[in-house]
Design a protein around this ligand. Structure first.
Ligand code: AMP
Length: 559
């Protein structure tokens, strides 16, 4: 009897960021990191220069700052070259990069710094005023390392980033090539990012070298982002949110240029950066793209360099994709995922162009197919699997080598993980070709008369009305139907569409019983720390009776 025969390949070659770091220096020395700075100027460094600084940073971390393998190193920073250097150096010395989300509430930042037991925090000088008041509540932070020449304020135990790097050079005496990096195991933790947690405390997702490397490699596939050394990536998604979707690591592997906006994330500087830096790829949430469109309404903007605009983080409105394509010739690709999934799980490649009919746009609005190595299943409320027929809906569960198997030191989140699958809390239908259509977050779904109404679809249709710039639909308790949709709408300046007109707009587009009975005309939809619509704020306002501008549709008008 012969048993299974083992292969004779180098299966133990570790998938670690050490390889990505070496590729930057050896294979892509002339690739570039460009960072926007104050006066509309740009600083530039080649990957060869960045690699050399990464080596010096590695030396500073281990010798000057006493960082040991497994220690957590915090960053409180925008998207810029120094943050990228930390992305490479910290995991490569065996430590864990903890990217602090600067937009969390003060108590949440305190919680995650202490929960992660950060030893040191690297902070951008422009963010010192935000961090400073929280410092007394941090329990174990030994040093703050200031990035930039700005004032240190009242930060205690401050060291300056550039001085650390300069010292690290002179200490070695032989330049930085000699830094002796430790051997890494691919299962070792490389970075830590907390969910922006809508309920309870934020939860830590602890990425391994292996998960980051595999996810970054997947970004180079043609059916995914298709990153390559020919691309120039404008990284707008913050580096404190899910490793900036893994874009910096993918660029390190393949030699794509990086364009970093630092704190200039508003529509105007981004538009100017696109014109002058000519990125080919840009990644961000729909609200940023929507802001750029509004800016382009009143300003001359050339976005033609973008061949691949990647959007995700929440459902991408069809009207947004249409406008970008028709007015600017930019095709937006949609991806779906979450902090717990590194994040990309599905990616939608635009279907073949059939003259952009309605079916084409229906397909464009889908979240795409699961990437190789990720697997999905749909599960209903009773725990039964739901068929992939394009209609039946259930919660998406996902598994794969870049999906979390539990949270860092937090058993309170254990119910999200079930026999090797992650329960995402997203409700979707999947068709026979494996195209995913997210219909809602489970907590945002509106249950009316025993049936579900998709808030996402209503929002999508409302935002297709020319007068509507933002729409967030929430459930309003209703005696007869249990819940009914309440549409919170932001109108374009000077626009006058009323509730009746919006219902007429929806009438041919959605089921009759979905038609809302109530609208709230608001100045802006509140946003979460990562720029998504924050419906829990709207729900709270509804409960408190402070939701502005409400208009009811006469009985029977809506339904
Ligand atoms: P986060 O962990 O903050 O990145 O949030 C993840 C959540 O964002 C997912 O569970 C989805 O609810 C939502 N999301 C991300 N991408 C999409 C998308 N393309 N369409 C709809 N929802 C999305």
């Amino acid at each position: 009897m012969t048993g299974p025969l083992n292969g004779l390949m180098q299966d133990d070659f570790p998938l670690t960021l050490a390889h990505a770091r070496r590729r930057m220096r050896d294979c892509h020395p002339s690739a570039q990191v460009a960072t926007l700075t104050d006066e509309g100027a740009v600083t530039r460094a080649s990957f060869a220069e960045v690699s050399e600084r990464v080596d010096r940073l590695a030396r500073a971390l281990t010798t000057r700052l006493g960082i040991e393998p497994g220690d957590r190193v915090g960053t409180f920073a925008w998207n810029n070259q120094r943050h990228f250097e930390l992305y490479m150096a910290v995991p490569c010395v065996g430590a864990v990069l903890h990217t602090l989300n600067i937009r969390l509430f003060a108590e949440q930042i305190t919680y995650i710094v202490n929960h992660a037991e950060d030893q040191v925090i690297f902070v951008d000088d422009s963010l010192v005023p935000l961090l400073e008041p929280l410092v007394p509540s941090f329990e174990g932070v030994r040093h703050f390392i200031l990035m930039g020449d700005g004032p240190a304020g009242q930060l205690p135990n401050v060291l300056r980033y550039e001085e650390l790097l300069a010292e690290a050079d002179s200490e070695s005496g032989v330049g930085s090539e000699s830094f002796d990096y430790p051997e890494l195991d691919e299962r070792q933790a490389a970075s830590l990012c907390y969910t922006s947690g809508t309920t309870g405390n934020p939860k830590g997702v602890l990425y391994s070298h292996r998960s980051i490397c595999l996810h970054a490699t997947a970004s180079l596939m043609a059916d995914n982002l298709g990153l390559s050394r020919r691309e120039r990536v404008l990284v707008v998604v913050p580096m404190f949110h899910v490793n900036a979707w893994g874009l910096p690591y993918a660029a390190a592997l393949c030699g794509a240029d990086l364009v970093m906006p630092d704190r200039f994330m508003q529509a105007e500087p981004l538009a100017r950066a696109i014109e002058s830096e000519r990125p080919t790829v840009m990644g961000c949430v729909p609200t940023i793209f929507a802001g750029m469109l509004r800016y382009a309404d009143t300003h001359e903007v050339d976005l033609s360099s973008l061949s691949n605009a990647v959007c995700g983080g929440s459902a991408v409105p069809r009207a947004l994709m249409k406008d970008f394509q028709e007015r600017h010739g930019v095709c937006i690709h949609q991806g779906w995922g979450m902090t717990e999934t590194s994040p990309v799980v599905t990616f939608s490649d635009p279907p073949e162009d059939r003259g952009h009919d309605e079916r084409y746009w229906d397909e464009r609005a889908l979240q795409g197919k699961p990437l190789p190595w990720t697997e999905l299943r749909l599960v209903d409320d009773d725990g039964h699997e739901v068929p992939w027929d394009g209609q039946s809906t259930g919660e998406i569960q996902v598994r794969g080598p870049w999906v979390a198997r539990r949270y860092y030191n937090d058993p309170s989140g254990d119910e999200k993980f079930e026999d090797g699958w992650l329960r995402t809390g997203d409700i979707a239908a999947i068709d026979e070709q494996a195209f995913v259509r997210i219909t809602d977050r489970s907590k945002d779904v509106i249950k009316s008369g025993g049936e579900w109404i998709s808030s996402v679809e209503l929002e999508n249709e409302l935002m297709a009305h020319p007068d509507v710039i933002e729409a967030a639909v929430i459930a309003k308790p209703d005696e007869r139907w249990s819940e009914r949709p309440l549409c919170c709408v932001v109108l374009r300046e000077g626009a006058a569409a009323g509730a009746d007109e919006l219902v007429e707009h929806l009438r041919p587009r959605v089921a009759k019983w979905w038609l809302p009975d109530e609208f709230a005309f608001i100045a802006e939809v509140p946003k979460t720390s990562v720029g998504k619509f924050d419906k829990k704020v709207l729900r709270a306002q509804l409960q408190e009776g402070t939701l502005e501008g409400r208009a009811r549709i006469p009985p029977g008008g809506g339904r």
